[in-house]
Ligand binder design. Structure first.
Ligand SMILES: [Ca+2]
Length: 100
């Protein structure tokens, strides 16, 4: 049976490919697929991103090889960045919780 972490990694791959296989080039996210993934799968973490230009900015940041597509490697950097930010919030919350 896969461990908790292995299951999380598998989910990452499955979610990426669920959106990446919708249209256009197989195995990469175009702008619309990235927007749909962010809206459906990151709605809690990116709630403040109501700015329509945000997807363009994130797409540009992620697309390190500038081919107009976000491949799995590029996508993972988004997940890593968000995870690091969330872990900082988690640490703060733990610190505040122990103060009380
Ligand atoms: Ca790319």
């Amino acid at each position: 049976m896969p461990s908790e972490l292995e299951t999380a990694m598998e989910s990452l791959i499955l979610v990426f490919h669920r959106y990446a296989s919708r249209e256009g080039r197989y195995g990469t996210l175009n702008r619309r697929e990235l927007r749909e993934l962010m809206e459906n799968e990151l709605s809690n973490f990116l709630r403040s991103q109501q700015d329509p230009a945000a997807v363009d900015r994130i797409m540009k940041d992620l697309d390190t090889n500038s081919d107009g597509q976000v491949d799995f490697e590029e996508f993972v950097s988004l997940v890593v960045g968000l995870s690091i930010a969330c872990e900082r919030c988690y640490q703060l919350r733990m610190k505040n919780a122990t103060k009380k």
